[in-house]
Design a protein around this ligand. Structure first.
Ligand code: UDX
Ligand code: ADP
Length: 469
């Protein structure tokens, strides 16, 4: 019988190992973290992350074969398989700053494993990390191998998307397991494959070499983000020419070679993965002396920045070129619907522009707390504490947020935003009242009937009669 330990109780480690515990009731799974508050939350009725279906999974397994703890060393010693799911943020200082991943957390976790292990372990790289991180982990572990203690390193990238994590984990498109091409590496691959085989059909469990597996994760995210930047680039052309980006995406998506997914124009992609992974790819390409390749991928991120800027600027220009002292109701702060995660959310850049223009920003998001909003906004390049205190307010109620506002700005595609009573919102706002839909989720013709001035990304400002908007 194998025992599993997961180092890092975050958005990846938590849901992934909770689902492993659910699907493999005979395997004890312990998720550990340095952060006591986070572990306490995992052990409470209010989990530290909002993810549909997660609470049910955790409730079913916690105390049975799923445990959350800060006793990291004990969990490492007891486990046969150790997932490393710690954070890998973009480096802020030093070599590769702004591009390369900061591997300090991965290194610390790896060194801990090496230091405390008393038996052989399979160490699984689960965090998103640049290509060849497993090699660094392997060298640390190998340098610390002793007597009969061996460490086998595997790469097992996670493809879950937040908001749909539980479904993604229960029915994954594929499981990738990379290993060194040695008999021991292949044996370790089989041990991990047997865990997934408890619920994933064998043909979907793919084994390959370590580097292919690592690069596949970066490549998949880069390709997905590239589709969004492509459709967002087209959205600018649509606005300038009167085409409708939804119609263009639909027409293109019908081509079976293209397919319909990840072609939704938006204010810009966010999240902890896309930008970070592409910047990693850019850094990797540069390190490999492939400047053209680096430039190609960098453009995907640059276009995303442009889209956020373009959207914020359109708000200012439509509000008669000034938003100073005006109230703007921003609906949505999370980087996508069905999550409370705000990392790299497009809303941050949009709000930063508004604050720079000295507007008052009233934020409503069903899952993001005032404390989290403050944490994201009081940052270099966004705003100071004084600006935050004077100009930012968080409202639990969308109607309160929009009261006396000049505009509603949709930054996240929460479905409930489409269900609001827009007549009521309109009645409480300054006139002319504007709606800027950065997610293409509202019924623009209906809003125009109410009296709103409506701007939608990738759509003509005032559709001609007969236009199917
Ligand atoms: C992504 C990958 O999808 C997942 O496989 C990987 O493991 C982690 O990174 P995630 O960032 O959680 O997942 O969410 P995703 O659904 O990919 O959305 C990322 C961003 O793109 C969000 O801001 C989303 O709103 C935006 N998006 C997505 C669009 O703007 N248009 C689309 O068509 C799809
Ligand atoms: P992700 O989205 O990749 O899961 P998170 O930031 O949500 O990233 O989670 C990573 C978790 O890893 C954090 O809760 C952090 O406290 C934890 N962590 C980082 N380094 C270590 C370590 N050396 N040992 C244990 N936990 C760690």
């Amino acid at each position: 019988m194998v025992k599993i330990c997961c180092i890092g109780a975050g958005y990846v480690g938590g849901p992934t190992c909770a689902v492993i515990a659910l699907k493999c009731p005979h395997i004890p799974v312990t998720i550990v973290d340095l952060n006591q508050d986070r572990i306490d939350a995992w052990n409470s009725d209010t989990l530290p992350i909002f993810e549909p279906g997660l609470q049910e999974v955790v409730t079913q397994c916690r105390g049975r074969n799923l445990f959350f703890s800060t006793a990291i060393d004990d969990a490492i010693r007891a486990a046969d398989i150790i997932f490393v799911s710690v954070n890998t943020p973009t480096k802020k200082n030093g070599l590769g700053a702004g591009f390369a991943a900061d591997l300090a957390y991965v290194e610390a976790a790896t060194r801990r494993i090496a230091a405390v292990a008393q038996s052989s372990k399979i160490v699984v790289e689960k965090s998103t990390v640049p290509c060849r991180t497993a090699e660094s982990m392997r060298r640390i572990l190998e340098a610390n191998s002793r007597d009969a203690i061996r460490f086998e390193i595997l790469s097992n990238p996670e493809f879950l998307a937040e908001g749909t994590a539980i479904a993604d984990l229960m029915q994954p498109d594929r499981i990738l397991i990379g290993s060194l091409p040695t008999p021991e590496g292949r044996k370790a691959q089989h041990v991990l494959a047997d865990v997934y085989a408890e619920w994933v059909p064998r043909p979907q469990i793919i084994t390959m070499n370590l580097w292919s597996s690592e690069l596949s994760k970066l490549a998949a995210n880069a390709l997905l983000a590239q589709r969004i930047s492509s459709i967002n680039a087209l959205s600018a052309i649509c606005e300038a020419t009167g085409a409708d980006v939804d119609e263009v995406a639909y027409a293109c998506g019908l081509d079976s070679r293209i397919g319909p997914k990840f072609l939704k124009a938006s204010v810009g992609f966010g999240g902890s993965c896309f930008q970070k992974d592409i910047l990693n790819l850019v850094y990797l390409s540069e390190s490999l002396h492939l400047p053209e390749v680096a430039q190609y991928w960098k453009q995907v991120v640059d276009l995303n920045e442009y889209q956020k800027r373009r959207f914020a600027q359109s708000v200012v220009s439509r509000l008669f070129n000034t938003i100073t002292n005006k109230r703007l109701a921003v609906f949505g702060f999370a980087f996508k619907k069905n999550t409370g995660d705000t990392r790299e959310s497009a809303a941050i850049a949009v709000i930063a522009s508004f604050l720079n223009e000295r507007a008052h920003v009233h934020i409503h998001d069903p899952e993001v707390s005032a404390a989290q909003i403050e944490l994201e906004l009081v940052q270099p390049g966004v705003c100071t504490q004084a600006v935050y205190d004077a100009q930012v307010h968080r409202f639990a109620d969308p109607y309160e947020a929009a009261k006396d506002a000049d505009a509603i700005v949709i930054c996240t595609e929460w479905e409930q935003f489409a269900q609001l009573d827009y007549q009521r919102l309109y009645d409480s706002m300054h006139k002319p009242a504007f709606v800027f839909d950065g997610r293409l989720i509202l019924d623009a013709p209906k809003l125009r009937q109410i009296g709103f001035q409506v701007e939608v990304i990738g759509k003509p400002a005032a559709p001609k009669p007969g236009f199917n908007a």
